[in-house]
Design a protein around this ligand. Structure first.
Ligand SMILES: NC(=O)c1ccc[n+]([C@@H]2O[C@H](COP(=O)([O-])OP(=O)(O)OC[C@H]3O[C@@H](n4cnc5c(N)ncnc54)[C@H](OP(=O)(O)O)[C@@H]3O)[C@@H](O)[C@H]2O)c1
Length: 407
């Protein structure tokens, strides 16, 4: 049997602790598949260990600290020292990808990060390797389990965003500081990584526009149910007009959509390409053991052979004004002519209406509409005109809708 593969572990928290246990449990199985037995040769955490010693005693460095510093410095130093690196850190790869991939290429070592997107679901490997030679048109999905849990609970119980968030924190589905998740920043980092791999172009966090779910109201979900829609926080990376669009936004889906049944903390990613039509992958997006499983899978890949080399292609232009269809919620005065005035503003901006539901009377009167696809700039200009109409009782609320129906 060959020499053991020495693993230096940076971080021993939820994922790092689960990974150390998993290595102890599965070392023989890894040795059978990959020819070398992994063993933890050093651990660094805030309260334990020394980075230089861990580095010197390892062949592979696993970064499970999180955040950008000191994770970035440690990962760069490990790559420069000729060590393979595995990380689960999406912000690190999304914000410093160019620098890290260059360092790995220069040193002739592997940088793997399967666990950084969709936890245990092997989306990176599929996009980078299985579909490595396929021209991908679009990658999209639900890549944040915390927000999917919150939206699922809001739809089921009718409770408010803040009540459901508090429950998610109690259950361990949301962190004490949930900002990154609920603002869409976490999903944006994951979409930057997926876009970079799918389109072979440098994509950073600054190229991704994102919106979160903090403004979603329980009645948006109630009306959506009536219209046969379900609400998800969606990440979309696609080729558009010779460029690239990477966005994260809350969005209604029709019942037949493959992502509509993805509920609770689960993740799902779809890849579309002319050659393959579409592939959907789903599963647990987080959790210590699930994430550690993806990290160990990367270790097996490193021990088994070569990793794809990242030679970024030309930088693609980021297209910001894409076309979308929208759901629109208007709280209006209950009087004649309101619907005609709304239709007039929409018509002047070239927006056509797919469906309208009138709800309530008096102080409760509302118009709930779904539009056909329209350039977003035109829609937002109509929205600001609508907000100024004298019969509007509250600021209009708009949420995107994916019109595509799957059969
Ligand atoms: N949790 C999940 O389900 C999940 C899923 C997918 C990806 N990830 C990613 O996995 C990574 C780790 O997440 P986690 O949930 O395991 O985090 P965690 O439970 O907070 O653990 C972080 C670990 O890093 C150590 N650490 C923090 N700052 C350090 C520093 N300056 N120097 C040395 N060690 C330091 C901590 O040390 P102490 O033990 O001394 O405090 C702790 O052991 C993150 O990038 C996260 O985004 C997590």
């Amino acid at each position: 049997m060959s020499e053991p593969a020495r693993i230096g572990l940076l971080g021993h928290g939820t994922v790092g602790g689960a990974f150390a246990d998993l290595v102890a449990e599965r070392a023989d199985a890894v040795a059978e598949i990959a020819g070398r037995r992994p063993e933890i040769s050093g651990i660094l955490r805030r309260s334990e260990g020394d980075f230089d010693e861990v580095l010197a005693s390892s062949d592979i460095v696993i970064e499970l600290i999180g955040g950008t510093e000191p994770a970035r410095e440690y990962v760069l130093r490990a790559l420069e020292a000729g060590k393979h690196v595995v990380t689960a850190n999406k912000q690190l790869v999304a914000q410093h990808g160019d620098e890290l991939f260059d360092a790995a290429r220069d040193a002739g070592v592997q940088l793997r990060f399967e666990a950084a997107v969709a936890g245990a679901v092997p989306v990176i490997r599929v996009i980078q390797e299985s579909l490595g030679a396929t021209e991908i048109a679009k990658v999209f999905g639900i890549v944040n389990g915390t927000t999917n849990f919150i939206l699922t609970e809001m739809a089921k119980t009718g409770a408010s965003f803040s009540d459901v968030l508090a429950r998610a924190q109690e259950l361990g589905y949301a962190e004490a500081d949930p900002t990154d998740d609920v603002s869409g920043a976490d999903a944006a980092a994951k979409m930057a990584i997926l876009a970079r791999l799918a389109f072979g172009t440098p994509v950073g966090l600054e190229d991704v526009s994102f919106e979160g779910i903090t403004d979603i109201q329980p009645d948006d979900l109630a009306y959506a149910k009536d219209l046969g829609l379900s609400l998800k926080l969606l990440g979309v990376a696609e080729r558009r007009e010779g460029g690239l669009s990477v966005r994260v936004f809350p969005c209604f889906l029709y019942g037949g959509h493959p992502l509509a049944p993805i509920e609770g903390p689960f993740n799902a990613v779809m890849v579309e390409a002319p050659a393959i039509t579409e592939i959907t992958m789903s599963g647990p997006g987080a959790g210590g053991l699930a994430t550690a499983t993806a990290v160990l899978g990367d270790v097996v890949s490193i021990l088994s052979g070569e990793a794809p080399v990242h030679v970024p292609g030309e930088r693609l232009e980021v297209v910001r004004d894409v076309a979308s269809s929208f759901y629109l919620h208007l709280e209006v005065a209950d009087r004649p002519g309101v619907l005609a005035a709304v239709a007039d503003v929409l018509g002047k901006n070239g927006i056509s209406v797919r469906s309208v539901v009138q709800r309530g009377t008096g102080q409760e009167a509302r118009l709930v509409m779904v539009m056909h696809e329209t350039p977003e700039r035109a829609f937002y200009s109509a929205l600001s005109e609508l907000a100024k109409l004298d019969f509007m009782r509250a600021t209009p609320r708009a949420i995107r809708v994916i019109e595509e129906e799957f059969v």
